[in-house]
Write a protein that binds this ligand. Structure first.
Ligand code: GLY
Ligand code: MN
Ligand code: MN
Length: 456
């Protein structure tokens, strides 16, 4: 099955170029004073059990600015002799460690293959960083990623009085660079969009493979294995976030994680799963009947969610406020639920955030930014007002309806008992309107009914 699915996936795009990393660095550093420095740390490894670590993934800002993916690494940007110098401190080559733990690019690799001007062993960090901090007026550093580096920075700030007395220099403050980097990350370059398109395409085909392998008696984990197996088979680094695979009433739990129930013929399965490719996330949800045929109540709700999603996607246009898709989705859902007799309030009352009935069945937001993080960086309301869409921004559009009859807080209509539906796509804002990056993933009732349970 994977070979047939793979034949649909095109070749991977070129990786992000050295020139692009240089341009990202320049755009950040053009906002930094020549007597200031920037420090970025890769996140530390975390323990799974005893001496086994969780699979390592570095911090997204580090990946964005350097492409460097190893743990125990620090980037330093400082202005020396009329130019910005980017230095990476990395784990040095070490044959014994590499025999056990895998290859390391080391100092030589960093210098020859990454967009940096100089590189040192991480063992030299403390001395060199101390010197750089004492010679600058301000440190851009995100506290809380690496406590040992936080200490170097805060010790230097505390001692600044002494350094200033001796040399007339020394940092006077620390600022988090994350918000400046987030503004850059929010607008995707064409090379980034290519990486995201590939992640989205692989995930779309993975969902199709899961639809084709669905049948009564399969467990949620078995369908999860198809999706995640294909992520890896297709050459991505695997899931961008833990997959949600819930059948029947499990589909009404937004972040269901057990994924261990047996799927019944009369149930809808909701799968929220996306791969990560070269650090870039994709995020797709599809919901389909295990039998391959929607029952009438399932069809009513599915078509309503799909209509709301299409209305929301149509709002993903340059100049529209970030909340426009959410408002559009809510309005279509509320109108539909009034027609179906589920909502008894007026349209406007039903949309009220505190007392509206829509929130009983649709309780989450419609969109989030997506990029290197699945819930990507970027302020939604920069000055208290929703941000206006610009070309190059990427977001999800993911309305849903969740009729959990197990919930004590609501009176679930019997007709829709334990039906959970979410439809989620990843959308790129372009000057020509919305581009759905996940459009290869089957979504209409007709497409789904022609695919579920059928081989490629
Ligand atoms: N997969 C989490 C989300 O859709 O936001
Ligand atoms: Mn999702
Ligand atoms: Mn999402």
């Amino acid at each position: 099955m994977f070979d047939a699915a793979m034949s649909l996936v095109g070749s991977a795009p070129d990786p992000i170029s050295i020139d692009e990393f240089r341009s990202r660095q320049s755009r950040l550093l053009s906002q930094i004073g020549n007597d200031e420095i920037v420090i970025l740390c890769s996140s530390p490894e975390t323990i799974h059990s005893n001496d086994v670590h969780h699979p390592y993934r570095s911090q997204s800002d580090m990946i964005y600015l350097t492409g460097w993916y190893e743990p125990e690494s620090v980037m330093l940007a400082e202005y020396i002799d009329s130019e910005w110098i980017i230095t990476l401190f990395v784990q040095p080559k070490d044959t014994l460690k590499e025999i056990w733990e895998g290859r390391r690019p080391g100092v030589e690799g960093a210098l020859s293959k990454w967009a940096v001007d100089s590189a040192y062993s991480i063992d030299e960090l403390s001395d060199k960083l101390g010197e750089a901090i004492n010679n600058c007026s301000k440190v851009y550093h995100q506290m809380g990623v690496r406590t040992d580096i936080d200490s170097i920075v805060s010790d230097a700030i505390q001692l600044r009085g002494r350094a200033r007395q001796m040399n007339g220099t020394g940092p006077v403050g620390v600022e988090d660079p994350s918000s400046k980097i987030a503004e850059l990350r929010l607008r995707k370059s064409s090379a980034e969009i290519e990486q995201m398109r590939h992640a989205c395409f692989v995930s779309s085909i993975a969902h199709e493979a899961a639809m084709r392998s669905s049948m009564s008696g399969r467990t949620e984990n078995q369908i999860q294995a198809i999706i995640e197996g294909f992520f890896v088979f297709a050459g991505t680094s695997g899931w961008a976030y833990p997959s949600i695979v819930g059948c029947g009433e499990n589909a009404t739990i937004l972040h269901y994680k057990e994924n261990d129930s047996v799927c019944g013929d009369d149930e809808i399965i909701l799968i929220d799963a996306g791969s990560e490719f070269r650090g870039y996330a994709s995020d797709i949800t599809r919901s389909w009947p295990i039998s391959g045929k929607f029952t009438e109540p399932q069809r009513e709700l599915y078509q309503l969610v799909l209509d709301s999603q299409e209305a929301a996607i149509a709002e993903c246009r340059v100049g529209n406020p970030f909340n426009a898709p959410h408002e559009a989705a809510k309005r279509v859902l509320a109108e539909g639920l009034i027609k179906l007799g589920v909502i008894t309030q007026s349209l406007e009352d039903s949309l009220d955030h505190d007392n509206g009935q829509l929130r009983d069945w649709y309780m989450h937001n419609t969109s989030h930014w997506i990029g290197l993080d699945v819930h990507d960086v970027g302020i939604y309301k920069p000055n208290g007002e929703p941000r206006l869409f610009e070309s190059g921004m990427c977001l999800t559009v993911e309305p849903g309806l969740y009729f959990g009859s197990w919930r004590p807080d609501v009176d679930c209509p019997e007709r829709y008992s334990n039906i959970g539906i979410r439809i989620e796509d990843d959308v790129l804002i372009t000057d020509n309107g919305p581009e759905v990056l996940t459009s290869a993933c089957p979504k209409t009732i007709a497409d789904i009914e022609s695919i579920v349970g059928k081989s490629f």
